[in-house]
Write a protein that binds this ligand. Structure first.
Ligand code: 5AD
Ligand code: SF4
Length: 425
């Protein structure tokens, strides 16, 4: 039996695709392993990311380490799409698989091991051609509903490496989710590049969510990352359903209207606030987490101050702070006034500190409230850990019969080291 090890960088979409690939290899008799550091596998799959320079660098480091460790290395994902062919095409132990053919990695590896390998392009690829994963490297089950993006934000490489927006047939998504629920998963996370633009033969994102919520099973649905959009009242109302987790990762990117304009984002900070208020009117403690980029070319101190101001007003549960990184081929790469690295570092530090402060404030607001904890791991400190519906980390004392991957109603007693302490009700 051969062992194959997986390393995933970047977004949830990559996590989903890795889970599906690993599941396929397992089904075909391979031993799979998600622990890259300690792995002695013969085969490595590095699912790369190219969103920033840093992601490229990390991806390259993992590829080089895998080349030293294993006899066959498959490099896939967005960095493969951009650079890997150029860097690794002379190494016969490395196969570079672009995003379109990622779903065929099992067949490609099998052919290679059998000595019948032909070019990756000769395999039929399908960005939705992944089967439901029986086991994953985490508790929640990620389900891909969409791929690609047509927005072309001025800083972003994604539309060039994942291509234009395409939506997965709704019946496939429902089937995928039902299979995952049968496998025992209790939380489904919908993912894609720009999921609110989902539209398959007239079925909108809102229609899709309604259909998923109708599935008769005890589960929770989470919407991962989403772009600020014109969310209708009926869409917001869907969150009254306890099956739909009151949390979205709503990408702000900047709080300055002039920066947003140069980012080619089609909303103002006022529009963003309006969306937040609309949700919080229905669910006051609705969790908004976000991505913010600091240091877009020409970003001034005033622009950055606007970002801090809106972030405080919203009290994000978490801010993922990105330092702007030049991506060749994008519009922002050609802009004048590229921001000094020192200023980017300063702003990013200020934003990360603010994120910690806001996150602590947000967690404090749960004391005395109820959450439904989905348990994940039992640690040897005598506690079981997991997340509540608002995507807040909770721990609870273990007891006889306590189980991982189970829902428990808990009352929040206090906050300790960024974790809520819950007591079973
Ligand atoms: N530099 C820095 N951050 C970026 N992102 C996308 N492109 C860049 C870039 N060139 C961030 C955005 C996006 C997240 C996935 O990555 O904040 O939401
Ligand atoms: Fe990139 Fe903008 Fe598309 Fe998000 S919406 S993937 S930031 S181009």
């Amino acid at each position: 039996m051969k062992t194959i090890s997986f390393k995933t960088l970047g977004c949830r979409l990559n996590l989903y695709e890795t889970d599906a690939l690993a599941s396929k290899f397992r089904e075909k008799g391979f031993v799979t392993d998600g622990d890259f550091e300690n792995s002695n596998a013969e085969i490595f799959v590095i699912n790369t990311c190219t969103i920033t320079n840093q992601s490229d660098k990390k991806s390259r480091e993992y590829i080089n380490r895998a080349i030293r460790k294993g006899s066959l290395v498959v490099v896939t994902g967005c960095m493969a799409e951009q650079y890997a062919k150029k860097y690794f095409s002379n190494n016969t132990n490395v196969i570079v698989v672009d995003n379109k053919h990622k779903n065929r990695i099992f067949d490609i590896v099998e052919a290679h091991l059998g000595g019948e390998f032909s070019a990756v392009e000769n395999f039929d690829g399908d960005v939705f051609g992944f089967e439901a994963a029986k086991e994953t490297f985490h508790t929640r089950s990620i389900v891909k509903i969409q791929d690609g993006c047509n927005n072309f934000c001025s800083y972003c490489i994604v539309p060039y490496v994942r291509g234009r927006a395409v939506s997965r047939p709704s019946e496939d998504i429902l089937k995928n989710i039902k299979t995952e629920l049968e496998y025992g998963f209790k939380e489904i996370v919908l993912t894609g590049v720009n999921i609110s633009k989902y539209n398959y033969e007239g079925i909108s994102f809102e229609d899709l969510i309604k259909k998923i919520l109708e599935i008769d099973s005890d589960f929770r649905l989470r919407i991962a990352s989403i772009e600020p959009d014109d969310f209708s009242d009926s869409f917001v109302e869907l969150f009254k359903n306890p099956k739909l987790a009151p949390h979205i990762h709503l990408c702000l990117q900047s709080g300055s209207n002039s920066v947003l304009k140069r980012m080619h984002r089609h909303y103002t900070s006022e529009d963003f606030l309006e969306i937040v208020e609309k949700f919080r009117k229905i669910i006051p403690d609705f969790n908004f987490t976000t991505d913010i980029i600091v240091g877009l070319p020409g970003e001034t101190d005033e622009d950055f101050a606007d970002t801090l101001k809106i972030a405080k007003k919203i009290c994000f549960g978490h801010i993922h702070a990105f330092k702007y990184s030049r991506r060749s081929g994008t519009l922002a790469d050609k802009m004048d006034n590229q921001t000094d690295e020192k200023i980017k570092n300063q702003r990013s530090k200020i934003l990360r500190d603010l994120s910690e402060k806001l996150s602590a404030e947000y967690l404090q607001s749960f004391i005395g409230k109820r959450q439904t904890l989905l348990t994940e791991t039992i640690e040897n400190d005598g506690f079981i850990y997991g997340y509540g519906e608002n995507y807040v980390r909770i721990k609870m004392k273990t007891f006889d019969g306590v189980k991982a991957n189970e829902f428990y109603s808990v009352k929040i007693l206090k906050v300790e080291n960024d974790v809520l302490i819950g007591q079973m009700i």
